[in-house]
Design a protein around this ligand. Structure first.
Ligand code: MSP
Length: 527
């Protein structure tokens, strides 16, 4: 039996995505992180159980990788950051990512003061000290690594054992953070609050914690990333990009204005598995050191591979969402990512799989159902008719469908609360299949021919419309624009599209309503 895990109820629901590096244009992996967060945000909106909702995302614009990318594109760093950050905004607008805050770490007015204030808090609490640091530095991962975190590649070069990216020996003067002091606090947070989902990633964190934690370097000499945030009181150093970036979550809450506490901590932080250490160890450590609460929950997702290979520029297999959306539409792609991605293991992207799923589910099962029952050939009066229950008794599938529709919201809820969106979508698709089965069984194209079977036809149509209404409401977090199209077409008033409206309504007296006159298709068949 699945145990329903409810997100802590509060006045506030605050969800975040990681902020995205601007060293290259977005790919489907980035869109996946954002789609998950948006799906949860819209679900919370649908549930209407929090007074205030925040959804924060943005771009991470400091770091050596970005500097290198700007040089490679013959641009100055700021020009390059602006351009890629804009690519994210455009992609998110087209994909229905409905964030309330978009943070840029180069925002001097809002982000710099938040980071510098946070630094001073850590310093005041004696968590920062200066030291000469020597060690292996991985530019791609923006992190120092210990000998045990290294391996040799085929060319006998030292690389990070985890990411495979090259490292170089660096000796410099740095500010250090006393991470070693917080080992017990982090372990306690993980064990007592159980913040990590899925559970398998908790084990990964506990592995890290088997060894004592070392203090970490949290500044870099200014000549490394000249436009990064200077450390307060020492402008020869800049703030380490991960400390800088993590502060964006505080900034969206209003930090350093003391009122930010009304918006703290985030209920859910969506992250990919590659950045678990930064969010599951460094981040709670920084917060605890500053006297702040760590996040309520971290939802860790796995990665997308392409033909079972890691996506990378060098393999030339990076999937650009803007290109694939030309074929599938942005929402078609979003549907595929949420439908096929499972939190606990990597998903493999393939164009043939995407085509098959979108055609089978969005085009045939959903789109054809809607256009069929709205077509004047079957629906002469162009209405969502009233239902006469007794007229449905003869049809086996009407009983099955009614039962399913009554159970659907609670099953969907259970899957959403445990972040198994693909299982919630499974349930919707199964309900739509039953709805199509009812059509096959009742043969409305025959019923429409005779006045004697007119009432039967209307009863079948009413139940099919009821299925589309409930499924349309439940599809809002998954494919918001398509859900809106369905609900508009079948004339469900905008104030009747929330969680309580998912209750089956044909048992109570209801009015007939006209269909909306729009004729546009839900989605075209993918070739
Ligand atoms: N800038 C840091 C995050 C700082 S948050 C304080 C970063 N950026 S990123 O652009 O590299 O990654 C952002 C998100 O995209 C992460 O959640 C990461 O896991 C996700 N993905 C990157 N490649 C991915 C796949 N191939 N598949 C799925 N998600 C992937 O890390």
């Amino acid at each position: 039996m699945t145990i329903v895990q409810t997100v802590k109820r509060s006045k506030l629901f605050y969800v975040t995505t990681p902020i995205f590096y601007v060293n290259a244009a977005p790919h489907i992996g980035h869109l996946y992180s954002a789609s998950i967060a948006d799906c949860v945000y819209r679900y919370e909106k649908l549930r209407n159980r929090s007074e205030k909702l925040l959804f924060s995302t943005g771009t991470d614009e400091h770091g050596s990788k970005i500097q290198q990318a700007a040089i490679a594109h013959d641009q100055n760093p700021m020009q390059y950051c602006n351009q890629i950050s804009e690519c994210y905004k455009t992609l998110f607008a087209k994909s229905g990512i409905s964030y309330t805050h978009f943070n840029r770490t180069t925002d001097k007015k809002r982000h710099f003061p938040a980071v510098q204030h946070f630094w001073k808090e850590l310093e005041a609490k004696d968590y920062i000290y200066k030291a000469n640091y020597a060690g292996w530095y991985c530019v791609s991962d923006e992190t120092f690594l210990t000998e045990s975190q290294l391996k040799e590649n085929e060319k006998k070069e030292k690389v990070s054992a985890e990411s495979g990216h090259p490292v170089k020996w660096v000796e410099e003067s740095n500010y250090m953070f006393r991470l070693s002091k917080l080992h017990g606090d982090i372990e306690h947070w993980i064990k007592s609050s159980q913040p990590i989902r899925p559970k398998k990633f908790e084990k990964v964190l506990m592995e890290y914690l088997k060894e004592p934690l070392q203090d970490i370097s949290i500044s870099r000499p200014i000549d490394r990333v000249s436009w990064a945030i200077p450390t307060p009181n020492d402008n020869t150093q800049t703030v380490y990009v991960w400390l800088d970036a993590l502060c964006n979550y505080l900034q969206s809450a209003g930090y350093p204005d003391p009122k930010f506490k009304e918006n703290w901590p985030p209920q859910l932080q969506v992250i990919g598995k590659d950045i678990l250490k930064f969010h599951g160890i460094y981040w709670p450590a920084f917060l605890i050191a500053a006297g702040l609460e760590p996040p309520v929950r971290l939802l860790v997702h796995s990665h997308w591979t392409v033909d079972d290979q890691k996506m990378s520029k060098s393999k030339n297999n990076v999937i650009d969402p803007n290109i694939v959306a030309e074929k599938y539409t942005y929402e078609g792609l979003r549907y595929f990512l949420l439908r096929e991605g499972v939190p606990h293991s990597d998903g493999n992207y393939s164009s043939s799989k995407a085509t098959r799923i979108i055609n089978a589910e969005l085009v045939n099962t959903l789109g054809n159902l809607l256009s069929r029952i709205c077509a004047p050939a079957l629906n002469k009066r162009q209405v969502v008719p009233k239902c006469t229950r007794k007229e449905l008794h003869d049809f086996n599938y009407s009983h099955k469908l009614m039962k399913k529709l009554k159970q659907l919201p609670s099953v969907y809820e259970e899957h959403f609360e445990s972040y198994n969106f693909y299982l919630a979508i499974d349930e919707i698709v199964a309900t739509l299949h039953l709805t199509n089965n009812l059509i096959q069984e009742s043969e409305p194209w025959k019923l429409v021919k005779y006045p004697a079977t007119e009432q039967k036809l209307e009863a079948v149509l009413a139940l099919v419309f009821e299925s589309l209404r409930i499924n349309g409401i439940l599809l809002q977090p998954i494919v918001p624009m398509k859900a809106q199209k369905i609900l508009d077409k079948i004339n469900v008033s905008p104030d009747r599209r929330s969680w309580k409206d998912t209750e089956y309504q044909l048992d109570v007296e209801h009015e007939e309503r006209p269909l909306h006159s729009s004729t546009s298709k839900l989605i075209d068949r993918i070739k």
